[in-house]
Design a protein around this ligand. Structure first.
Ligand code: HEC
Ligand code: HEC
Ligand code: HEC
Ligand code: HEC
Ligand code: HEC
Length: 173
């Protein structure tokens, strides 16, 4: 290869890497996740009003680690294809990545109660009950109606909150 040929090759490779890194960074922004596709508008708007408005979309909706990086990109690509082909059902279904919640709330097992309620996080986690069993609707709500916090509805699939003998199991009064 000539010297000029090598220079061109290097320039092309560097440009390709820069473009890939740039695109990758762009698609991790809240703008790209939430504003580029109209389907995402309700999720963007509810997020912006939620207790997690300071947390990027990407921080709850991407898988951690090296393998996770590629998984996230593949899912993103699949979603873009669905967007352009219109081949998707609404409301869009999806879950946050629970490992991400735990990265930030690494002491969640210590949460045994709040001012109002007893709810032993470690005990429920050990039963294999994940955050979404009780915090579903957090951030966006169930149907894009805005953030929902835990209520009797969150507990009723396993507990009977109508039975007066049970009230003090959870309530401090
Ligand atoms: C990038 C860090 C980060 C991520 C990811 C994150 N949180 Fe949070 N979360 C926070 C911070 C900061 C607060 C506010 C301070 C606090 O109460 O700890 C908060 C507050 C909360 C609260 C109390 C406020 C409320 O809305 O009731 C809950 C519950 C909660 N987070 C659950 C979760 C769950 C479940 C996930 C995963 C879907 C998650 N968080 C992901 C950082 C994070
Ligand atoms: C069995 C139900 C349940 C599960 C499972 C659960 N939580 Fe909670 N969590 C609650 C309830 C109830 C509260 C109190 C919320 C309120 O008062 O609005 C709470 C509060 C919190 C808070 C705020 C604590 C405070 O002092 O205000 C954080 C942070 C939190 N949960 C994180 C998590 C994370 C992370 C997971 C998953 C690893 C999780 N929770 C799983 C029921 C649950
Ligand atoms: C703190 C974590 C967190 C952040 C930040 C976050 N989300 Fe979510 N997202 C969730 C949770 C939790 C759900 C599951 C919805 C439920 O509870 O039913 C969800 C679900 C979704 C869904 C699927 C719809 C559904 O109801 O299942 C989409 C689409 C989505 N989020 C987009 C976004 C966009 C776009 C952003 C940024 C503008 C964002 N999310 C930021 C936690 C988060
Ligand atoms: C997916 C099932 C499930 C959900 C949802 C659930 N729990 Fe539980 N919870 C259990 C099981 C199983 C036990 C252990 C048996 C028992 O004590 O009923 C338990 C036990 C408890 C206990 C007694 C803990 C102890 O130390 O004896 C409290 C308090 C409690 N849960 C609070 C809550 C609250 C508050 C919610 C809703 C925000 C909730 N749970 C949602 C399954 C669940
Ligand atoms: C399995 C746990 C559990 C049991 C059992 C339970 N509650 Fe609750 N209750 C909750 C949670 C979780 C909330 C919402 C979080 C909060 O207020 O901090 C709540 C909220 C409430 C509220 C406030 C409602 C509101 O809109 O803010 C009242 C009132 C209440 N409960 C009454 C009762 C009565 C009466 C009983 C018994 C018949 C009972 N609860 C049994 C977990 C429970």
């Amino acid at each position: 290869m000539t010297k000029k040929g090598k220079t061109i090759l290097i320039v092309v490779i560097v440009a390709f890497i820069a473009l890939s890194v740039g695109m990758s960074m762009f698609f991790e922004t809240n703008y790209a996740c939430g504003k580029l596709c109209h389907e995402m508008t309700p999720y963007y708007n509810t997020w912006a009003e939620s207790s997690h408005a300071h947390v990027n979309c990407h921080e709850c909706h991407s898988w951690p680690g090296f393998g996770g990086f590629f998984k996230t990109k593949l899912v993103g690509l699949e979603e873009s294809i669905k967007h352009f082909t219109g081949n998707y059902a609404t409301p869009i279904q999806g879950e946050p990545v629970i490992e991400r919640c735990i990265e930030c709330h690494e002491d969640y097992r210590e949460i045994k109660e709040t001012e109002e309620i007893r709810v032993d996080h470690a005990m429920h986690a050990d039963l294999g009950i994940d955050c979404m069993a009780c915090h579903a609707g957090m951030v966006h709500g169930h149907n894009g109606e805005g953030e929902v916090t835990p209520s009797h509805d969150s507990c009723n699939s396993c507990h009977d909150t109508d039975n007066y003998e049970n009230c003090s199991k959870c309530h401090k009064w």
